[in-house]
Write a protein that binds this ligand. Structure first.
Ligand code: COA
Length: 186
């Protein structure tokens, strides 16, 4: 286990286009992440939200030191404006353990930067790197049906909607949320 590194995903960091850079996060990024994690407008569809800066730092420390976990900062003009990452895991099998890896993808963007193509650009950078550098076979994103901005980010990047579990998860407002599965195959 190595803090601040993504030792078991073989990706040549950073990933960059003309505007965005994605690089592995470290605990030093926790304050920037917490700046938007604590905002109510970004919390509606997120499961794990740190309540304090101490909790935010602990969460980053845990995620950056867990095998198979990836947590990256999304940087624009030298500022951390979001995060993207997820978890690598073995696909299911009815026989021997497959010698393949799948990946569960997630991301968030500072509300002050919404609607400027940040999440779309970050997914466009990370997905090919996961497939072609890290050897990931299938990338899965679970998105609540109400979260149309996130579904749009994924569909624009070639993810396909595979199914929707109806009224599957209890939302923070007490309503039941439909849970969509989208995936991208190598
Ligand atoms: C979802 C989220 C990451 C999108 O980030 P973003 O940087 O604003 O996304 P982008 O600007 O790249 O793209 C958003 C797309 O959704 C569209 N969109 C935005 N709000 C929408 C809505 N209410 N209905 C439909 N489409 C919407 C935008 O028009 C854009 O599509 P376009 O480029 O074709 O016009 C951001 O809203 C966020 O951080 N939300 C809170 C955390 C979260 O929900 N994370 C995802 C969990 S699965």
């Amino acid at each position: 286990m190595r803090t601040g590194e993504t030792a078991d995903l073989e990706i040549a960091w950073p990933l960059s286009d003309s505007r965005l850079t994605i690089r592995p996060a470290s605990v030093a990024d926790a304050d920037a992440f917490f700046e938007y994690q604590r905002r109510p407008e970004g919390q509606r569809y997120i499961s794990r939200i740190p309540a304090t800066i101490v909790g935010a730092r602990a969460m980053v420390a845990e995620r950056t030191s867990t095998a198979g976990e990836l947590l990256c900062a999304i940087v624009v003009d030298g500022q951390v404006v979001g995060d993207i990452g997820g978890r690598r895991y073995r696909p299911g099998s009815l026989g021997p353990e497959p010698q393949a890896w799948d990946f569960r993808l997630g991301y968030s963007v500072h509300p002050g930067m919404w609607g400027k193509g940040v999440a779309s650009g970050a997914v466009a950078l990370l997905v090919p790197a996961l497939h072609h550098q890290a050897g990931i076979r299938r990338i899965v994103a679970k998105v609540f049906a109400d979260n149309q901005a996130s579904i749009r980010v994924l569909v624009k990047n070639g993810f396909r909607l595979e199914g929707t579990e109806r009224a599957a998860v209890l939302g923070r407002d007490g309503g039941w949320l439909d849970d969509c599965t989208l995936a991208h195959l190598s």
